[in-house]
Structure formats: C-alpha cells, structure tokens
Design a protein around this ligand. Structure first.
Ligand code: NAP
Length: 291
C-alpha cells in the first residue's frame, strides 16, 4: 500500500481508502470486507451521516487501531447548532470520541458559509473533530469556504473523479495540488459502470494492460488515479474479494507508456462541468428533503 500525507496534516493515509455509501444490504459480509481491507493496509474509511453506514463502520473498526475515519455533515444541517448536533450524532453512531475528518457533504447556497465554517472551527476547538474537509466544492466554493475561516485550513475536497469522469483535472485538481489540499476521488470505479459494458473499450484496454502486470481492470484503474499527486481513492466494495483486490491496487507501478495509453483512451469520457453536476441535483435534493 502506498501512504500519502492528507493535505498539510502530516497524517499518512492509505492512498486507497474504503467508501461505504450503499453498504448495509448484507452487513456481516460488508463488515468482513472492511476488516479485510484493513488487514491489507487500508487505514482510511469514508462515511456520511446520510449514508446510514456509520454504525456499520463502528462495528468494522471495533478493536482496530489507528484507523482514520472521515464522515460528512449533510447540507440540510449547515446552520451552526445543526452542525454541532449532527457531529454529536455521528460520534455516537461511530462509537468515537473524535472524528478525524469532518466534511461538508455538498455546498449549500441557502445557508451562509461563514456560519457553517464557524461551527466546523468550533468543533476542532472542542476536540470533537481533528480536520475539516469539504466535498463536491468547485474551486470558487473551496476558496470562499477557506476565506471565512479564522484558524483552520481545509485539508481535502472529495469529488467524483475516475477514468470516466476527469473534470476535476481542468481546474480543481491543479488548484488543490498547488495549495496542498488533498483530492479524495469518489466513485473511482464509476459507481461500478466500468464493469457494466457502457465503457467496454476502456475496460478492455484496462484488462489488457492489467494482464501484463497480473492485475485486474479495477486495480489498473485505481492505480492510475492515485498515481496523481495528492489524490486518494475510496472505492466501495461489498465483498472480501473486491476489498482485498482494491487494497492491493498500489503494489506495482505502471510503465509510462501504459499510463499514457490509459490517459488517451479515457479522455473520451468527459462529462459536464463539476459545477453543473453539483448544483442541479443538490438544489433538487434540498427542495425535496428539508431537514
Ligand atoms: P465505486 O467505488 O466507483 O464503485 C462501486 C462499485 O464497484 C460496486 O458495484 C462494487 O461492487 C464495484 N467494485 C468495487 N471493487 C471492485 C473490484 N475490485 N472489481 C469489480 N467491481 C468492484 O462507487 P461509489 O460507491 O459511488 O463510490 C465510492 C465511495 O465514494 C462511496 O461508497 C462513498 O463513500 C463515496 N461517495 C461520495 C459521494 C459524495 O457526494 N461525497 C458521492 C458518491 C460516493 P460490490 O459492492 O459488489 O463490491
């Protein structure tokens, strides 16, 4: 496993973490899968209050040491008192005294960012969280959130990034790399679409490259992603087999010519800008689900 520093924190996190969205269908197997990932060098687990997987993470990390736990506060909870309340609930769900990384799940233009970041800083001060991160923030939203903070620095931004969605490379990733803000790549396997046929040409290329290294398409894909400076990936795996496979995705180095071939093949899969991806569904969700 390759370990990298999270932001400027000096914390060494496994470049491959574990995502936990949509876990819970088969909890005992999924807990075993997370434990297997940990046994294979993963020390970084991502969850969120909205996923409902915090108690499952609690079970999976019981009795383990030095696991870095990241969770997220839902944008409907961005008023000051709601952030504190949500954090207390997540601490209880996770069975922790302190959350390592607390992230704003999506930007929320309906609540002033000053109020939310003030609450996040107060959580660091009271020792309930260690570091502050954001998720689904574009460059300007990231700069605005940092600008209203008095003491702390944003250490990470979690956004969709994969061989199928490379938009962060246009503006966000270069900015994060320059500022030493880590980019946590969510849906690094395209939410499973990589294996579903839609991206057959890319999948075939990854499988052919993988054959040379005795690795799978998933491993080549994850390896390529985390070989970018400052990038972590958090694939979700429900089975021990997938969890171990993902944890072993950094045990080799891609040759430059293979890396370039993957780069070229995947460039065809650009999507709409991150801002559109973020703002449209979020406004809709907030409209539907007012907490
Ligand atoms: P993903 O990790 O890109 O893909 C998960 C899918 O890939 C599942 O169907 C999984 O199958 C399959 N898979 C995993 N490892 C595999 C392997 N080695 N070989 C073949 N198939 C494999 O998708 P995701 O769950 O959307 O994203 C990962 C994590 O990112 C989430 O769990 C969550 O923590 C985070 N996330 C964050 C946000 C946000 O707004 N911040 C949004 C989306 C996701 P099995 O389950 O059967 O193993």
């Amino acid at each position: 496993m390759i370990y990298k520093e999270l932001g400027k924190t000096k914390e060494k996190l496994s470049s491959i973490g574990v995502g936990t969205w949509q876990l819970g269908k088969n909890p005992s197997e999924e807990v075993k899968a997370i434990k297997a990932a940990i046994e294979n060098g993963v020390n970084f687990i991502d969850t969120a209050e909205i996923y409902g997987s915090e108690p499952l993470v609690n079970n999976a990390i019981k009795g383990t040491k030095d696991i870095f736990v990241a969770t997220k506060v839902w944008p409907g909870h961005f008023h000051y008192a709601d952030v504190i309340k949500a954090c207390d609930k997540s601490l209880k769900n996770l069975g922790l005294k302190q959350i390592d990384l607390y992230q704003l799940h999506w930007p929320n233009k309906f609540i002033p960012i000053e109020e939310t970041m003030r609450a996040m800083e107060s959580l660091v001060k009271s020792g309930k969280i260690r570091y502050i991160g954001v998720s689904n923030f574009d460059k300007s939203q990231l700069i605005a959130a940092q600008a209203v903070m008095k003491r702390e620095e944003i250490v990470s931004n979690q956004v969709e990034y994969s061989l199928m969605v490379r938009n962060p490379e246009e503006e966000l990733l270069p900015y994060c790399q320059k500022q030493k803000i880590s980019l946590i790549a969510y849906s690094p396997l395209g939410h499973g679409k990589l294996f579903a046929g839609k991206y057959k040409k890319l999948f075939d290329l990854l499988s052919n490259v993988g054959a040379k290294y005795n690795k799978t398409a998933a491993q080549i894909s994850l390896n390529w992603l985390v070989s970018r400076k400052g990038v972590f990936a958090i694939p979700k795996a429900s089975s021990i087999e997938h969890a171990v496979e993902n944890a072993k995705a950094t045990s080799f180095k891609l040759k430059l010519k293979d890396s370039i071939a993957i780069d070229v093949a995947s460039r065809k899969h650009k999507r709409r800008s991150l801002k559109d991806t973020v703002n449209l569904p979020l406004s809709f969700l907030l409209f539907l689900k007012r907490f």
